[in-house]
Every structure is written in C-alpha cells, then in structure tokens.
Design a protein around this ligand. Structure first.
Ligand code: NI
Length: 390
C-alpha cells in the first residue's frame, strides 16, 4: 500500500494549509492563529476539539466503534525567531519569525491524517490528535503532560515525527532506544576584582579566568568522558567588560550540555561545576554555576517502534524504513510524552532532488511539501493497523 489514494487526492489542500501556516509563523505559546486554524479544521470534520491545554495546545479526539484502545499522535506548531530568507511566495509575513524547523509541515501531516480518518472511519478505538505549542525551548510538551494530557486523553501509545533534511524523500527512520539527546543549559558567573587595565596587579581579571575555564571545560568530554558514550559541551556566550582600559569585575559564560544517558548527564553537571569553581578559585576569584536541566533524552520504546515501523513499511515499503541509525544530539520535547506513555518518534526524510536539503534552523530552510501525503498516510496506516476493525 503506497500513499493512501484519498490522501493523494487532497495533496493540494495539504500544500495550501502548510504554506498558509508557513506564512504566519508564531513563537511558542503564542500559536493563536495556528491553533485556531487547527481547531476549526478538526471541528469541520466532526472531530471533538479540546483547547487551552498548555495555553495554545489543541487535542482532537476521534472515536469509532467499541474498542477501548487509544493512541495519540503528536505534532508541534511553533516557529523560530529567525528572519526568513527563502524568497518563497508564501514566506513569513511576521518579521523575525519563521517556520525554520518544519513544524508547519508536522502540523499539516497530522491534519491530513485527521481528515482522512474522520472521512473513512475505518478503525475501531480512539485517536487523540495532539497539537502542541512551544517545542523550540519553552517545552510545550512538558506543560501538556503536566496539565494532565494523558489523564484526560488516555493513550496506550504515543507517536510523533520530525522531518529530516539528511534523508531522502520516501525514507523514514524508526529506531529503538535514545533518538534525541537531553539538553541542559548552564551559566557560569565569575566574580573577580575590577581595576585599571594598566595596573593588573591590583585586580583579579575575570576575562583571563573565564578564558581558562573555557579551555579547561574542553577536557570534560575529551578526557573525562568514556569515548564510547556521547556528550557535547558547548560554550556559546562569553560576556565581560565595557571598554578598553578597565578590567571588569565580572564575566559570565553560558552554554549547553547534551547527553544520551542519565549517568553521563550527572557526570557532566558535576565535572562542569567542579572545574569552573576550582579554576576560578585557583586564580583567586569565585565562580558560581547555575545548571538547568532541560528536555530529557527522547527514548523510543521497542514495542511502539516496531508498530510504527510496520505501519511505515506498509506505506513506503519495508526496505525504505531505517531501523538502525545513530541518535542526534539535538533535543526534542516529545520526550516528556514518551516518558509518560510508551512512544516512538520517527524521522521522515524530506531531501528531494531540488528542495528539502537545507538544514533546519537555517533562514533558507523550507519544509518539502512533497512529503505531506507520505506523513499523513503513515499516521493513517498506523491508526488502521493499531485500532483494527472487527
Ligand atoms: Ni523541530
């Protein structure tokens, strides 16, 4: 079974919705227009709509037959604070806002599946279509779970997808185990002693100490972490000083830590804190470390992944479903959902001959509309497979 015929029939509608959402990108928890559009369409197709979970989140519920089984499928709706440079006729109309991660496409693929399933009702059970806000940072997935998503909409399993610019159109990856890293943020505040730049002996220079800390932290991954276990430590901001003849009193560093395993995550936090504070102390200054744990590791459940792979195989052919692939060190807040309910997060290839290969979060990135019917068909096939009739 390739792409569902009925979905292929309304592929132009999918493209139109996707490009409309693309033209009106909204940041996390501000997806008012997008969630209005989603809610309106779901209601139009006779799907029960619940709004206001995690502010702008929407859940569509479609029941059919008598089975108690239920599955959830989740899409994210938010955009990024990027100035778009695609030059597309449907480019962002909101300055400084852009759908540069393809969440416009994720939302549309799930809408397409919802429309098909509402029209055909060829299943027995309940589907919850989960449209979440704020994947890019503020953690809309976490807020939905905290606000009782799975108590209000019980699901046996939950599924999600992200487009992938490194995989060709027509391929899908469904891989067991960790697929996205945990993402933590840290700030290191260095308190030295300011003074005249010409009299360093009277000061304790936080710029030099901060530089030592930056270099010392490079050893956490290279020398202290098992080479067979993955970790990233990137320092992305270094702020200090105001002019050329003053040694500042303070400096601050900020960055991110990515890991795939709980004990590596604990080690990274401990080593970063120890090295930063001890390095500052060795130079007569003080460093205070703030360490915030962000999205947890996104781990695919073996059973849920098997089921997602089987459904994808029915649409794409088993040979085009990738079952082994290294995880990515980017984070994904679907992890909060799959920590609560067994889940699987797949990646859908979108690199075509002419489009779809510009990486996400780039001002020239665009979602490849060619894969909309594929994504919708995979979700539809999954529902028909998991909630079979008779
Ligand atoms: Ni994304």
């Amino acid at each position: 079974m390739p792409v569902h015929n009925r979905i292929a029939d309304f592929a132009d509608d999918l493209t139109e919705w996707r490009q409309d959402i693309h033209a009106h990108p909204e940041l996390g928890f501000q997806e008012h227009r997008t969630s209005d559009l989603v809610a309106r369409k779901l209601a139009e197709w006779g799907i029960e709509v619940t709004r206001g979970i995690a502010q702008t989140g929407v859940v569509g519920t479609l029941r059919c037959g008598t089975s108690n089984r239920a599955i959830g499928i989740r899409a994210d709706m938010d955009a990024l604070p990027i100035e778009e440079a695609t030059g597309a006729p449907y480019a962002s109309q909101n300055p400084g806002r852009m759908h540069a991660c393809g969440h416009d496409g994720h939302t549309t693929m799930l809408l397409g599946a919802a429309r098909y399933l509402a029209e055909t009702r060829n299943f027995d059970g309940t589907v919850h279509f989960i449209f979440q806000p704020a994947e890019e940072g503020p953690g809309g997935g976490r807020v939905m779970v905290e606000e009782g998503l799975f108590e209000r909409f019980p699901c046996d399993m939950v599924f999600g997808a992200h487009n992938d610019t490194t995989m060709p159109v027509g391929e899908l990856a469904a891989v067991v185990g960790p697929v996205n890293a945990a993402a933590d943020q840290f700030w290191i505040h260095i308190h030295g002693t300011g003074g005249h730049a010409a009299r360093p002996q009277g000061a304790i220079d936080p710029v030099v100490i901060g530089s030592h800390i930056v270099l010392a932290l490079q050893t956490v991954v290279s020398r202290r972490t098992n080479p067979l276990e993955s970790a990233v430590l990137s320092i992305c901001q270094f702020h200090a000083g105001t002019t050329d003849n003053v040694i500042p009193e303070t400096a601050s560093l900020n960055g991110t830590v990515r890991t795939l395993d709980a004990h590596v995550r604990d080690d990274m936090q401990r080593l970063l804190t120890d090295i930063a504070t001890a390095t500052a102390r060795a130079h007569g200054a003080e460093a205070v470390v703030e360490y915030d744990r962000g999205y947890p590791v996104n781990v695919n459940d073996a059973e849920a992944t098997e089921r997602a792979a089987r459904a994808a195989g029915r649409v794409l052919g088993d040979a085009r479903v990738i079952r082994e692939r290294p995880p990515v060190m980017g984070a994904e807040d679907f992890s909060y959902m799959s920590l609560t309910v067994p889940g699987c997060f797949v990646r859908i290839g979108q690199a075509g001959r002419e489009r779809g290969a510009v990486p996400v979060h780039h001002p020239r990135y665009d979602f490849n509309d060619e894969i909309l019917p594929i994504g919708s068909s995979v979700w539809a096939a999954l529902v028909e497979q998991e909630l079979p009739r008779g």
